[in-house]
Design a protein around this ligand. Structure first.
Ligand SMILES: C[S@@+](CC[C@H](N)C(=O)[O-])C[C@H]1O[C@@H](n2cnc3c(N)ncnc32)[C@H](O)[C@@H]1O
Length: 482
């Protein structure tokens, strides 16, 4: 494990690696795990193949650790120059025309994503060197039959240059594979990519991301072999996380023998949204009704994607703290139906409008800002609201919940409330250990960039007395606790 951590620490400092290979964990330190240890593949009449538990499995069982067949990082698919200009010019127009700004939040220019096609090109290039990859692996993935293929919408390549590249690679493949196999590859591979790729965020639960582009330089999409057989559930019993290019799959609750093991294809923070919204974000070949959905929502007012995305978050974080608090409060008022900050705790579940995770993410940004301004008491209230959101609306043991509990512990310590700080710290460590393993030393290593962020002023008063010169994380997560 130590060697793996050393390898991953080195990877996490790579800034905009020229190739995904730079994020590849070496085989000799990869704790790969045979998927058939705890799981078996079975057919379901409506879902196709899926993973099922062979035996009773306690929460925290590591089911599978896999390396991708191919992967592409988001920064490799940069928006065209024209979109970049529009996004940047948005910074200059201050508060001239608020209505236009609001409109821009909902209907900003969306560059056509090409990331699936970049992955497709990688796979075709790989097939030129290793044609067995098709017969041994790719051909096992959905869609396998002509009937399955015929039921899917046709693949449309988002730009001509990429289409030409795909065509040229297919022509080259004809030199090493029979023509009918290449025809089959040309028909199936774009769909195999489209319906099996997983988003990949290395260390997504952390606040700190190295590199000038932060998170986006370390996030992307990848195609895996055995992980491709996990079906989707809006109440998943399996959580997944990545270290470099390694993807880990872990049960987030006790599972009984014979039960299906499902992940969520959506980010966990949107799972509490209505089936209508979930389906419009999923854009898959099946409907995610949710097992116990009692509300049928056919259409909704408001956006169909979260508003507080990375661009909005980056824009807010670029403001000075006072300006940022005002901007966040204004957005919170809009998100909460223009009822103002007093209604922040209102029941949101039946409210059309912004996403619940928009409110959650704004509260996190506000908590970070208040902490930086030395107002840790107010920040703690918001961290604790965020804890309630993650623990009532997200799947169990969600990784973002660990980050929030960690920050709640640090804010509580800053206020001098040892009891609350220790309570949050213990839950953060326990949850981390369940999903990631490795005890307090792994927890401290994974969070050490976060601990180094200096999010709060130097402690004074009761906090300084508690700390007696120690670093907050030393007091809250001492090494002997493992
Ligand atoms: C990544 S594959 C999962 C494995 C797949 N069932 C198979 O047979 O290989 C994704 C595809 O599985 C099916 N699928 C996944 N989750 C489903 C669900 N909850 N309900 C119905 N079909 C589902 C859909 O056809 C989807 O495009």
């Amino acid at each position: 494990m130590e060697e793996l951590l050393d390898a991953v620490d080195a990877l996490a400092r790579v800034e905009r690696p020229e190739l995904f290979d730079a994020l590849t964990v070496p085989e000799d330190v990869s704790p790969l795990l045979d998927p058939f240890t705890y799981m078996e593949l079975k057919d379901d009449p409506t879902k196709g193949k899926g993973w099922f538990a062979k035996q009773n499995l306690p929460a925290g069982t590591r089911l599978l650790v896999a390396k991708p067949i191919a992967a592409v990082l988001h920064w490799e698919d940069e928006p065209p120059e024209s979109n970049q200009d529009e996004m940047e010019s948005g910074d200059d127009d201050d508060d001239e025309d608020d209505e236009d700004d609001d409109e821009a939040l909902f209907s900003g220019p969306e560059p056509e994503p090409r990331i699936n096609e970049l992955l497709l090109v990688d796979l075709l290039e790989e097939l030129l060197d290793n044609k067995e990859l098709w017969f041994n692996t790719l051909t096992q993935l959905f869609p396998r039959t002509n009937e399955e293929l015929a039921a899917l919408p046709a693949w449309v390549c988002p730009d001509d240059a990429m289409f030409m590249e795909v065509e040229s690679l297919l022509e080259q493949l004809k030199l090493v594979l029979p023509a009918e196999t290449v025809t089959e590859i040309s028909k199936r591979l774009p769909h195999i990519v489209r319906y099996n790729i997983l988003s990949m965020e290395t260390c997504s639960e952390l606040l700190s991301y190295p590199g000038p582009d932060g998170h986006s330089s370390l996030a992307g999409v990848a195609l895996y072999h055995y992980p491709s057989f996990y079906n989707h559930s809006s109440r998943p019993n399996v959580n997944r996380w990545a270290l470099g290019d390694l993807m880990f799959f872990v049960t987030n609750q006790d599972v009984t023998a014979g039960q299906e093991l499902c992940i969520s294809y959506l980010e966990h923070d949107v799972l509490c949204e209505s089936p209508y919204r979930r389906n419009s974000m999923l854009r898959m070949d099946f409907q995610d009704g949710g097992e116990e959905e009692d509300r049928q929502v056919d259409s909704e007012e408001g956006p169909d994607m979260p508003v507080v995305d990375t661009d909005v978050q980056n824009e807010l974080m670029g403001m000075n703290p006072l300006e940022r608090i005002d901007a966040i409060d204004e957005l919170l008022q809009q998100a909460l139906g223009e009822k103002g900050p007093a209604s922040e705790t209102m029941e949101l579940s039946d409210r059309p409008g912004w996403f619940r995770c928009d409110v959650h993410n704004l509260q996190i940004l506000k908590a970070i800002t208040l902490d930086a301004m030395g107002q840790s008491g107010k920040a703690l209230e918001l961290w604790e609201q965020a804890v309630v959101f993650t623990e009532t609306s997200l799947p169990p043991a969600d990784e973002s919940g660990v980050m929030i509990r960690t920050q709640a512990a640090l804010s509580a310590l800053q206020t001098g409330d040892w009891h609350r700080a220790k309570q949050h710290a213990e839950i953060a460590l326990r949850t981390h250990d369940l999903v990631f393993g490795g005890g307090v030393s792994f927890f401290r290593r994974r969070y050490r960039h976060d601990f180094a962020l200096k999010l709060r002023p130097v402690p004074s008063g009761a906090a300084a007395e508690l700390l007696q010169g120690k670093a907050p994380f030393e007091l809250l997560w001492p090494l002997e606790a493992s």
